[in-house]
Write a protein that binds this ligand. Structure first.
Ligand code: FES
Length: 571
């Protein structure tokens, strides 16, 4: 290989003082320059952090990637980036997705990297890394951390989706705090991310469906030795990708995005998939819109029987053949020729896949649920759109008209939801405002509001709920999310009041409030915005620049990319 073909040669291949500085300080790590000079230098972008428990095993995983890179004749350099742990970060990890993506983008661009391996796991660590890498666009491969082993409690399989049921049981007095503590230990019993088809698993499936990971990446459990092997193979492969100059923009075509949307519908993937895929498309320059999700998902039934929409867990999906077996079932609706990270087309990757359990992966002709994974709503309550997951909702509420019970913000909801005299019954529609990107800020996963205690005690398990926030990918219910424009952006949603009549009509993809345009305009003219309390720092910048949910909630100035060229030297 000629030296100048490598990007890293712009550092290590230089003569004189500059080359001296770039090389000499690498040598202080005890590395002779033949190790890194004139070899593909591969960054291992690591989101390991003890504050991101789902990614707690990533130092070990990075060692496997490192072995693969060395084996292929590359030089590995591991570097940390901001890590987003879904469970610990307040007020919500989503607030920092864009910040982490900036860290990733600038870390890749500023350093002598020819290729990069992204170690992704817990929910936001996948989109933030992929978004950042797209804005640089050098050869890149994703290695996901893998799901946890299935939880076991009282002889039953459990996963994160059951948390919402346990919480309801606690409220009903069926279980107590002590039992909750016992369940805690039984649920998260190995390394890895949530074991259901929540957001992390949806993201792992997304990267495989897009073609930016090796086949099989989505489902191998974190604790399975084959996860480390996949990491090593990925290290090996990224060196070849550098030699082939196979960049993200070569793989992430419009057709690859269409495949990912269809796959997400068929596996009952998270609603968060919508927001993250839109943001990724915005970075790589693919024209993708909210309505595309509806058009492409329509008529695709659920063929992966996984929680929260179904019964099984990611471990079961792996034993049943993993995502390649799902893709094979979807053969008739996928684009076949999309090139993937291993240099083969997506069809070449799945055509010999076998499905070993027809209860976990069903055929298209006999799906376990006919409801599609995602639907996009429009109407005077969500002028720019809203999202619902029919496969995780109640059939009898798919068309529903009810009186709104409105909470102005999360504090209002918490203060009043369990009041005995709250005027609410199972036909009511719970509305939560000001939990959108700007309003919260950060668009937290509070959209699947817990039902009023008095209704839970009567055995009511679902109601129509509407918000401008998100829902955990592990959540379920008849929950309308991502209302755009959000309340804080001054759309019609901002002036909905308790008692207004709302109609949800999922078959016709509509969400409307029974108010005339005149009344809505009158109310908006009187509407007073909450005074803004946060102005400084990253959060101030975020509020000023975050786009609405229907655009992916990226910051306006981060869309697109700046490429990989750095024209000025540092010395
Ligand atoms: Fe990390 Fe669920 S909390 S994936």
């Amino acid at each position: 290989m000629e030296e100048q073909k490598l990007r890293s040669a712009n550092w290590f291949g230089l003569k004189g003082k500059d080359g001296f500085i770039y090389r000499a300080w690498m040598k202080n790590q005890g590395i002779p320059d033949y190790e890194f000079n004139n070899k593909p230098v591969i960054g291992i972008c690591n989101t390991w952090s003890e504050l991101t428990p789902c990614n707690g095993h990533f130092r070990e995983l990075a060692q496997s990637v490192r072995r693969g890179i060395l084996e292929a004749g590359g030089f590995p350099v591991e570097f940390p980036v901001m890590s987003l742990g879904e469970t610990l970060i307040k007020p919500t990890a989503m607030l920092y997705r864009n910040l982490a993506s900036m860290d990733v983008e600038e870390s890749i661009r500023a350093n002598p990297l020819d290729g990069v391996v992204l170690l992704c796991g817990c929910d936001k660590t996948t989109p933030s890394l992929v978004m950042g890498a797209c804005s640089v666009n050098i050869p890149t491969i994703v290695v996901s951390g893998g799901p946890m082993l299935t939880g076991r409690y009282n002889g039953k399989s459990i996963g994160t989706s059951d948390l919402w049921r346990f919480d309801a049981d606690l409220k009903k007095g069926i279980i107590d705090e002590e039992e909750m503590r016992t369940i805690e230990s039984a649920m998260c019993r190995s390394s890895g991310h949530c074991a259901v088809m929540g957001t992390a698993s949806s993201m792992a499936c997304m990267v495989e469906a897009l073609g930016i990971s090796l086949p099989g990446n989505a489902a191998i459990p974190a604790a399975d030795a084959r996860r480390k092997m996949l990491a090593q193979f990925s290290g090996l492969r990224i060196v070849e990708m550098v030699k082939e100059d196979l960049k993200l923009s070569d793989i992430l075509t419009r057709n690859a995005f269409e495949n990912a949307i269809k796959v997400n519908a068929a596996i009952g993937g998270s609603t968060n998939f919508v927001i993250h895929l839109l943001a990724i498309a915005g970075r790589i320059g693919v024209d993708l819109h909210l309505k595309d999700f509806d058009e492409l998902s329509a008529n695709i039934p659920l063929i992966a029987n996984l929680q929260p929409a179904g019964k099984y867990f990611m471990e079961d999906l792996f034993y049943a053949g993993g995502l390649p077996a799902v893709l094979r079932e979807l053969d008739s609706i996928l684009h076949h020729d999309c090139i993937t990270a291993n240099g083969k087309t997506i069809k070449e990757n799945y055509e010999n896949a076998e499905s070993y359990n027809s209860d976990v992966i069903t055929g298209m002709e006999n799906p376990f649920n006919n409801a599609t994974g995602l639907a996009i709503l429009k109407g005077n309550l969500c002028e720019d759109g809203a999202v619902i997951k029919p496969s995780a909702a109640s059939e009898h509420l798919m068309t529903h008209t009810g009186k709104a019970v409105v909470f102005e913000n999360i504090e209002d909801y918490k203060a009043r939801i369990d009041l005995e005299d709250l005027d609410v019954d199972e036909t009511s529609i719970l509305v939560l405002k000001n939990v959108g990107p700007k309003g919260y800020p950060g668009m937290p996963e509070v959209g699947n509001m817990t039902l009023p205690k008095k209704l839970l005690k009567r055995g009511i398990s679902d109601m129509v709920r509407i918000s401008d926030g998100r829902m955990s990918g592990t959540g379920f219910g008849t929950v309308v999310l991502h209302v755009s424009p959000e309340a804080a952006a001054g759309g019609n949603f901002s002036v909905i009041q308790t008692g207004d009549i709302i109609t949800l009509d999922v078959p016709n993809r509509s969400l409307n409030v029974d108010l005339t345009d005149e009344i809505l305009q009158e109310r908006k003219a009187k509407y007073k915005e909450e005074p803004r309390s946060i102005k400084r720092g990253y959060v101030g910048l975020y509020i000023d620049h975050v786009q609405q949910a229907h655009l992916g909630a990226d910051m306006d100035f981060l869309r697109g990319g700046s490429g990989s060229v750095v024209s000025r030297d540092s010395h």
